[in-house]
Design a protein around this ligand. Structure first.
Ligand code: AMP
Length: 556
């Protein structure tokens, strides 16, 4: 770092801290009457939300929560979660968004590792906690989250039910100023090996992330903008990477926000239709569930903008969504990066082209958003050229990347090398700056010394009229090191004839057109009824690999 003249060398006005409370203040100034809606259970306006956030802070303070303490939430996407997104960090405490889909052993591990003090738990997850309650020494209080508002018999000895506690607490709270570098949130990401890893983010990071996504998905004139007159509904769990930070942005903009609880197709469709939802974000699996379900045919989805992230958006799924009128596009990031790093950007010319031509850019992960510095590097750390061909690991710098893995110096050293966060994602970057993820480093398939992108083969399979979903993985081979195998789910009600040779011939047609190499054609295509998914709804390649490897030991 070079030496410059610092502002405090000239004057010393008090430094204004970037705190989450300032996000909350903004939205209601512009649009106080807009609503926060939870299923068909509750709706209220922004001033009421602020009052409820104060009530929650008073409730938590009454339970002994102070600055630096950790408050865990186990809930589906709800207005309660939104309130906790603000109240907990605004008190100076740390919000632990617990992944409710973890195994009981992982839940126990993460809650102990984060040293949760007060736990807000949906009645649905109370039995799981009850089973290991004696093994959570740091937890002093449990608060019941219940849609009906009624109390529940449990060995957790609840300090009360959320709504009851809120109604008994004061409706103002003097949220203090403190250092913007204070930790605001923590959550855990499950790797392929070992225990879940904790990542954490400060107020400053969340504020800057919110402002940067406001600029990138809000301001630049292109597809799928998030404006203050949108109606927002998350379809990425709020326990996963702050639901991509969009609840903070939605609040900043003062938009109507709809929280769907547990993702049930009927309810989702009802809310999209009834509340007029216009913007959501999700992993491809959720979009696939909605697009392929019968209910989607019964409503007009042409006003719905959907950002896909967390996994690659297959071209076939993007085309199916576009056909329904959905303005679908991609974003890229990871738990470690708060998350947003890149977003699709269609130029005016691209937007004026037909769906088929646009779709290639909609499934790419777009360009880095403001303040993100992104490069691709080879195994020796050399920067690769942005020519759309060179494939390297994405490394990034940005103001909102996790400082490390909580209490794990070894993994932190591996994540942060030479001042850059190493993502483990392989990609190309073209001359215009568009990033195309080719694979996770560990999901790439190495066959006869050549690399295959499993995502590229899945992308091609997704364009076959019979294919609903697919997963391509590398299976050990004595001769080649690894060979690609594919799992395929066919569309329900598909009436044509399709078998393994037909799908292989379909992929080979892309070999003939020079799109992929001959060694990318899967050796085996196995038809199945469901593809294993992870706790956040992504294709579980680790599980598929181990199941197939056991079934086809060292295929020749
Ligand atoms: P997670 O930490 O669970 O959010 O997973 C982050 C990982 O998901 C990234 O490291 C990528 O491997 C993958 N990912 C996220 N967004 C995309 C995308 N648009 N295309 C391809 N892979 C993605």
């Amino acid at each position: 770092m070079v030496n410059t003249r610092l502002i405090q060398d000239i004057g010393d006005a008090p430094r204004y801290q970037l705190l989450i409370k300032h996000i909350l203040e903004a939205g209601q100034r512009f649009e106080p009457r807009r609503e926060i809606v939870y299923r068909d259970i509750i709706r209220y306006d922004y001033p009421t939300m602020i009052e409820r956030i104060s009530r929650l802070a008073n409730t938590l303070a009454g339970l002994g929560v102070g600055p630096g303490d950790t408050v865990a939430v186990l809930d589906w996407d709800s207005h309660r979660y939104l309130e906790a997104y603000f109240a907990v960090p605004m008190m100076g405490a740390i919000l632990h968004t617990v992944n409710v889909r973890l195994s009981p052993a992982q839940l126990l591990y993460t809650m102990n590792h984060a040293e949760d003090k007060v736990v807000l738990v949906n009645s649905e997850f109370a039995p799981a906690l009850q089973s290991f309650r004696d093994k959570l020494p740091s937890v002093k209080h449990y608060v019941l989250l219940s849609d009906s508002g009624s109390e529940m018999e449990s060995h957790l000895d609840f300090s009360g039910e959320y709504e009851n506690l809120l109604s008994k607490s004061g409706n103002t709270f003097d949220f203090p100023d403190f250092d913007e570098n204070s930790v605001a949130t923590i959550f855990y990401t499950t790797g392929t090996t070992g225990e879940p890893k904790g990542v954490y983010f400060s107020h400053r990071q969340l504020v800057l992330h919110t402002l940067a996504i406001a600029g990138s998905i809000g301001a630049y004139e292109t597809q799928g903008r998030f404006r203050s007159n949108d109606v927002y509904m998350p379809l990425t769990p709020m326990f996963h990477v702050h639901a991509w930070g969009l609840p903070y942005l939605a609040t900043l903009l003062g938009v109507k926000q709809v929280y769907p609880g547990k993702y049930e197709p009927e309810m989702l469709i009802r809310l999209i239709k009834g509340e007029g939802v216009t913007l959501s974000h999700c992993v491809p699996t959720i979009l696939h569930m909605l697009v392929s379900g019968a209910a989607s045919k019964s409503i007009d989805l042409s006003k719905w903008k959907v950002i896909i992230g967390g996994a690659a958006l297959p071209k076939g799924l993007a085309l199916a969504a576009l056909k329904l009128g959905i303005d679908v596009y991609s974003g890229y990031g990871m738990s470690e990066t708060c998350p947003v790093l890149t977003i699709t950007y269609l130029t005016k010319e691209m937007l004026e082209s037909d769906a088929e031509s646009q779709v290639d850019y909609r499934v790419k992960t777009g360009i880095p958003i403001p303040l993100v510095d992104l490069e691709i590097v080879d195994g020796e750390g050399n920067t690769l050229s942005h020519d759309g061909k060179a494939v390297g690991e994405i490394i990034v710098r940005a103001p909102w990347l996790t400082a490390g893995y909580y209490k794990d110096e070894t993994l932190t050293r591996h994540l942060w090398r030479d001042g850059w966060l190493h993502t483990g994602d392989m990609a190309t970057v073209d001359r215009a700056g568009y990033v195309q993820i080719t694979d996770r480093l560990k999901d790439m398939i190495k066959t006869g010394g050549e690399w295959i992108s499993s995502l590229e083969v899945e992308n091609l399979l997704s364009q076959h009229e019979a294919v609903s979903e697919s997963a391509v993985v590398g299976i050990p081979s004595e001769k080649w090191g690894e060979r690609p195998f594919a799992l395929v789910v066919l569309k329900t009600g598909y009436e044509g004839e399709v078998d393994e040779p037909a799908l292989q011939a379909f992929i080979k047609s892309y070999v003939e057109r020079g799109v992929i190499n001959s060694w990318s054609v899967p050796d085996q295509i196995i038809f199945t009824t469901a593809i294993p998914k992870t706790s956040v709804g992504k294709i579980d390649k680790k599980k598929i690999r181990s199941e197939l490897a056991a079934k086809f030991p060292l295929n020749k």
